[in-house]
Design a binder for this molecule. Structure first.
Ligand code: SF4
Length: 364
């Protein structure tokens, strides 16, 4: 244990700056509105004679800082039904940002220039015909970057890609739920969705000004597919970051058949991380116990950009019941979300496999 703790601490450099707004929020909510930096990635993978090795002390610039972005929920409808969707049951009553809120955000940016980028999200923002115009307005307001969070199916159409890129959308955070059409379409419940999303990624990859990110939500259905997702996308030139987010059940009870023991996930997740690093992707892991990741805990960040969304979302979100861990009071990790209520009901507290991180090796 001491050996493992020591290895985890090495190279783990985490800072936690927080906006005044974030400091006022409850802990769970704060993590998702925090303006805090997720940390400097020090140890890095580099290639020597075809072999990839870890070298400590080499800095690799993170492609994005969450604190540089403001995120607006612009549309709460979707044409997929992803089984893991956080808002599948609430999107029909959540309210998106209206014109006034969007305009106020742009005005603030004009006045203060406080963000580098804006993220337009919700459920599926490409369903809104106003999207290209929103992007142009955001650029005119001084945002250097406009990002959308999307399943990207509509971008299988090259002409629509051209339209969005020309409008100024240069960052695309795209959900890839699994590495095969069969599994992806099973998760999204829409036949043909995989083909469209992969085609969209390849279409966008042709634009030199574009940066691509992917997110794969880790569930009982998808966890074994995570390393294959990395392999599937290995040729994309613009793919700078791959996220793997542990499933948020959005409920207190352990009824979900999507939950899976973290110990089952761990080997697949670590392989996915290793492969992604070999392909020189930045990696972000969310909602997975830090102490189960060993040295890969350095890729864990539960920070998010400042999110402006329907306040009722947070009521639903906090039903997850984060920050539960038998070692919470003694653990040094300030990033780890611990376990959630539904998980504990299904699999217990896992005291025998979790292990608190040393406090002294984390910076305040
Ligand atoms: S001991 Fe608990 S709080 Fe600490 S890293 Fe492990 S799961 Fe997270």
């Amino acid at each position: 244990m001491a050996q493992r703790d020591s290895q985890m601490g090495a190279g783990l450099e985490i800072s936690y700056s927080m906006s005044p707004l974030a400091a006022r929020l409850p802990q769970t909510r704060r993590r998702f509105r925090s303006a805090g930096s997720a940390g400097q990635m020090r140890p890095n993978v580099f290639c020597v004679a075809g072999r990839h090795q870890l070298r400590k002390g080499v800095t690799m610039q993170k492609p994005f800082e969450h604190s540089d972005y403001v995120e607006l929920s612009m549309h709460f409808r979707c044409n997929l039904k992803c089984k893991h969707c956080m808002i599948l049951d609430s999107m029909h009553w959540l309210n998106p940002a209206d014109d006034a809120e969007f305009s106020a955000t742009l005005e603030k940016q004009k006045r203060t220039g406080q963000w580098k980028g804006i993220i337009l999200t919700g459920a599926e923002v490409t369903l809104r015909k106003e999207l290209p115009d929103w992007a142009k307005q955001a650029r005119r307001a001084g945002f250097e970057h406009v990002r959308i969070q999307t399943h990207a199916m509509r971008l299988a159409d090259p002409a629509y890609c051209e339209t969005l890129v020309a409008a100024g959308i240069d960052e695309y955070f795209i959900s890839v739920t699994a590495a095969t059409a069969e599994l992806h379409d099973q998760i999204t419940e829409v036949p043909g969705s995989f083909e469209k999303t992969i085609t969209a990624l390849r279409n966008l990859d042709k634009f030199s000004q574009v940066k691509l990110m992917t997110n794969t939500v880790i569930t009982r259905l998808s966890y074994q597919s995570a390393p294959d997702v990395v392999e599937l996308l290995k040729d994309l030139q613009r793919l700078v970051q791959m996220d793997f987010w542990g499933y948020w059940p959005m409920e207190e009870d352990g009824h979900s058949d999507l939950l899976v023991p973290h110990t089952d996930v761990r080997p697949y997740l670590k392989t996915a991380i290793q492969k992604a690093r070999e392909y020189r992707r930045h990696v972000e892991i969310k909602n997975f116990p830090a102490c189960l990741l060993g040295e890969d805990a350095r890729y864990m960040s539960n920070d998010q950009p400042e999110l402006r969304t329907d306040p009722n979302f947070w009521t639903e979100f906090n039903r997850n019941g984060f920050h539960q861990c038998a070692y919470r009071d003694v653990c040094g990790s300030k990033q780890c979300l611990g376990l959630n209520s539904a998980y504990i009901k299904l699999y217990g507290w896992m005291e025998d496999v979790l292990s608190p991180l040393p406090r002294q090796e984390l910076r305040p």
